[in-house]
Ligand binder design. Structure first.
Ligand code: IFM
Length: 449
């Protein structure tokens, strides 16, 4: 019986209980069955860009071990699974000829999930852009948005009869700011104009993909997954509070305002000194009605005023207090407040927490178990915040723990473990951690209603 009986009962019947992963982080098999090169395959070859030069090979070998992954999902009691589709497996060159083997793999996988009673929640783009498209300009180029929409059409055509909940992009903020501004993620570019152009073409690609999806599969429920790091003031001063407002404009505002209000925050454009490559109707396309909203939340940011700084004149740090193995601060109340803001300010449709979780330095103890009380505490704090949001009237429909498995944590390689199941990379054996067992008990109670 769950220790969290009371908490479990605060979630409505039919609430989706899921786990998330993404293609590049788990699949491995990067050269198999005609898959094309992705920007992450290329980025990881640049010395110093990823921990020990690690890349998505072997991941958790899920291209071959997907049956084991489904078995773990069943053991955890999941009702839904959020995974992503590798664009370079479907269209190795990004556009043009479809690779039938790539498509067949996802068809088989989706059918197996449905057979197991687990609802698939595929994401069309979780950062593995075909390298050929990057060679032609990547997301800073408008054609990439058009190519994305064609790819979405291929996937909706193949799976739209079986899959209801689709998301277009995962965390365009990271694709744009980390990929093209800071250069800490693929493709590793540091250019403000490129980053702002990329952010617009990502959102345009989203809007075009939604249109394409609806014309091909009218019953598809289309969503987008946006991550946020809401600001908390470094002090009580008016200056720091005002700095938080500016930070939020460039963080959540930059991606939520065009989706929900059809405009970008002007002060961010002015502070960056860039030109937005907006063409007629783009913002109408981007702000087309959504069926659902995915929130990825891990940590807030400590924001201060920096009168001598560049751009938005803010300082950024993690909040004080204990940190996860990523060095990230923790505050679940900020997630609750952000959910309420999604409802009241942006009037988001039904919401799913599509990612939330924490990394800790796990190891297998002498009793064969993985004791990870910190991950469990983080989970319970954030589920409590989610329940509070529901009680405040937020239409929250599901929670996906990140992640189903330990996996390739991008530039951090295999060093950081986010999974509810531990992966021994020498054998690829999956073992459910103690936090996963506690979560499964809670899910069981919640599902029983
Ligand atoms: O692993 C990532 C995921 O791919 C995107 N969101 C954040 C996670 C943890 O860093």
């Amino acid at each position: 019986m769950s220790r969290y009986l009371d908490l479990a009962r605060r979630f409505p019947k039919g609430f989706a209980w899921g786990f998330g992963t993404s293609s590049y982080q788990i699949e491995g098999a990067t050269k198999e069955d005609g898959r094309g090169e992705s920007i992450w395959d290329r980025f990881a070859t640049i010395p110093g860009k990823t921990h020990r030069g690690e890349n998505g090979e072997p991941g958790t070998d899920s291209y071959h071990r997907w049956r084991e992954d489904i078995a773990v999902l069943k053991e955890l009691g999941a009702t839904a699974y959020r995974f992503s589709i590798a664009w370079p497996r479907i269209l190795p060159d990004g556009t043009g000829a479809v690779n039938p083997k790539g498509l067949a793999w996802y068809e088989r996988f989706v059918d197996a999930l449905l057979e197991a009673g687990i609802e698939p929640f595929p994401t069309l783009y979780h950062w593995d852009l075909p390298q050929r498209l990057e060679d032609r300009g990547g997301w800073p180029a408008r054609d990439t948005a058009l190519a994305f929409s064609d790819y979405a059409g291929v996937m909706l055509g193949a799976l739209g009869d079986r899959v209801t909940h689709w998301s277009t992009l995962n965390e365009p903020l990271c694709s744009a700011w980390l990929g093209y501004l800071h250069g800490s993620m693929a493709p590793g570019i540091q250019d403000a104009q490129a980053a702002f152009s990329a952010s617009h073409h990502l959102l345009l690609g989203h809007g075009l993909a939604v249109q394409a999806a609806r014309s091909i599969a009218p019953k598809a429920q289309m969503g987008i997954v946006l991550n946020v790091g809401p600001g908390m003031p470094a002090s009580d001063s008016d200056e720091d509070r005002e700095a938080v407002r500016r930070h939020d404009a460039s963080d959540s505002g930059w991606f939520h305002d065009p989706i929900y209000f059809g405009r970008y925050p002007q002060e961010v454009i002015d502070a960056a000194g860039i030109t937005m490559p907006i063409q007629a109707n783009d913002l109408a396309t981007i702000s087309a009605r959504l069926d659902w909203h995915g929130l990825n939340y891990y940590f807030p940011a400590k924001i201060g005023n920096d009168p001598h700084g560049a751009g938005l004149k803010t300082t950024w740090d993690h909040i004080d207090g204990p940190k996860t193995d990523m060095g990230w601060g923790m505050n679940a109340g900020v997630m609750r407040d952000f959910l309420i803001k999604l409802k009241n300010h942006w009037k988001a449709p039904k919401i799913y927490i599509t990612e939330n979780g924490s990394a800790w330095p796990d190891s297998i103890a002498s009793d064969g178990k993985i004791h990870d009380p910190q991950r469990e505490a983080y989970l319970i704090d954030h589920l409590t915040a989610a329940a509070e949001a529901i009680e405040a009237g937020v239409d929250l429909r599901g929670y996906f723990g990140w992640s189903l498995l330990d996996n390739y944590e991008w530039a951090y390689g295999y060093d950081k473990r986010f999974g509810y199941a531990y992966v021994d990379y020498a054998t690829q054996k999956r073992t459910i951690k103690e936090s996963g067992r506690a979560f499964a008990d809670l899910i069981k109670v919640a599902r029983a209603g």
